[in-house]
Design a protein around this ligand. Structure first.
Ligand code: ADP
Ligand code: MG
Length: 352
């Protein structure tokens, strides 16, 4: 009988010892056993953990709840509901964990088994998606407000012009200039949130030809930055609203140059493959942290003190509105590449 019990205990130990999950056995609040993954998870040797108080890995404020849950689990016998708690590791760092407790028989004793899982990554993803949704709805609200604010401002501008005809007060010009700035910002906001409102006719766009005049706009920035162009299949074109596209590529090149603090390189490539025109813009700049990559293109996301966070929104909405795709690849401290794919002109005409 005793041999059976110790064999069963041995078997159970073997199973949990090599489990990938953190498994802690505790009885009357004291840790009686912890597996190898558990020692890694809590960043302490097993010996230091065994015999310790199981509550000590939780923040004091949640001790009451955890104690209750352990008691519930002990009495009900069924699978207790999952608990999400922050756990304090031996080195003082915190980790978001999900855990459940259930009673098990360990040898001849009835003890509690708690299984911990690190959910830091899941929590971060949830937060990121949440933030992104919030930002997107801010963008939509902003576009709505623009409509409401633009009309009265335009009326004020009209009256200012009338006043200018009657008086030559020097403040009037300053007022008009400031008003124009406000109107331009509103127009900008409207454009990036709803590019299809632009009633521009679609024309064939030859990117390689446009690029030359676009680069002239950056001439003063090009002392420290080398620009390399690899432009193939220049005779291919796509159909689109030219001003929107010029603005989108202006925004991408501007960002690339702003990402380079001292010397660096910007590379622009253009080629045709499988009915798509590919345009890549890469830089050797500061890069984007991994956790911020999915935020690119969200209205108002900016890491710059003077940034608006509207540039990439304009880029993304323009590319998507034209049936294109855009993706970004970035390494912190090494650089960023935006890869764009646009449907070839012939293909679009076929569909019309
Ligand atoms: N080429 C790039 N390299 C590094 N970060 C970039 C790059 N392009 C965009 N970003 C990041 O995306 C953010 C949003 O860009 P954007 O919408 O153009 O707004 P802004 O330039 O006004 O900040 C930037 O603040 C920056 O953090
Ligand atoms: Mg920008």
């Amino acid at each position: 009988m005793n041999r059976n019990v110790s064999e069963r205990e041995e078997m159970y130990r073997n199973i949990i010892e090599y489990s990938m999950e953190t498994i802690v056995l505790h009885s009357e609040g004291k840790i009686v056993y912890i597996n190898e993954s558990g020692a890694d998870f809590f960043r302490a040797p097993k010996e230091a953990l065994i015999g310790g108080d199981v509550l000590s890995v939780f923040q004091p404020s949640s001790h009451g709840v955890i104690k209750e849950r352990i008691q519930e689990g002990m009495s009900e016998g069924g699978l207790a509901p999952l608990i999400e708690e922050r756990v304090i590791r031996a080195d003082g760092t915190m980790v978001e964990a999900e855990l459940y407790c259930r009673p098990v028989t360990f040898g001849s004793r009835k003890v509690m088994q708690s299984v911990f899982r690190d959910i830091t990554e899941r929590k971060e993803t949830e937060k990121m998606l949440n933030d992104r949704e919030k930002l997107v709805s801010i963008g939509q609200i902003a576009a709505g407000i623009v409509h409401e604010v633009k009309n009265p401002l335009t009326a004020v501008k009209g009256f200012l012009q009338l006043m200018k005809e009657l008086s030559s007060h020097p403040y009037l010009q300053t007022m008009e200039n400031e008003l124009d700035k406000a109107l331009a910002t509103l127009q900008n906001l409207l454009q990036v949130s709803k590019p299809d409102l632009q009633d521009e006719t679609r024309v064939p766009i030859f990117f390689c030809r446009e690029l030359e005049s676009l680069m002239l706009l950056f001439q003063d920035k090009l002392y420290d930055v080398e620009v390399e162009m690899d432009l193939r299949d220049a005779e291919k074109s796509f159909i689109g609203k030219k001003n929107l596209f010029l603005k989108a590529f202006f925004n991408l090149i501007k960002n690339a140059l702003e990402a380079i603090s001292a010397k660096g390189k910007v590379k622009i490539t253009h080629y045709y493959e499988n009915q798509w025109i590919h345009i890549n813009i890469s830089d050797t700049g500061i890069g984007v942290p991994k956790d911020k990559l999915t935020l690119l293109g969200t209205p108002f996301f900016s890491s710059k003190a003077e940034g608006t966070g509207l540039g990439l929104t304009q880029v993304y909405t323009t590319i998507h509105e034209h049936g294109g795709h855009i993706s970004v690849d970035s390494r912190l401290g090494e650089g960023t590449t935006f890869s764009i794919r646009l449907p070839l002109r012939e293909q679009q005409i076929d569909f019309q």
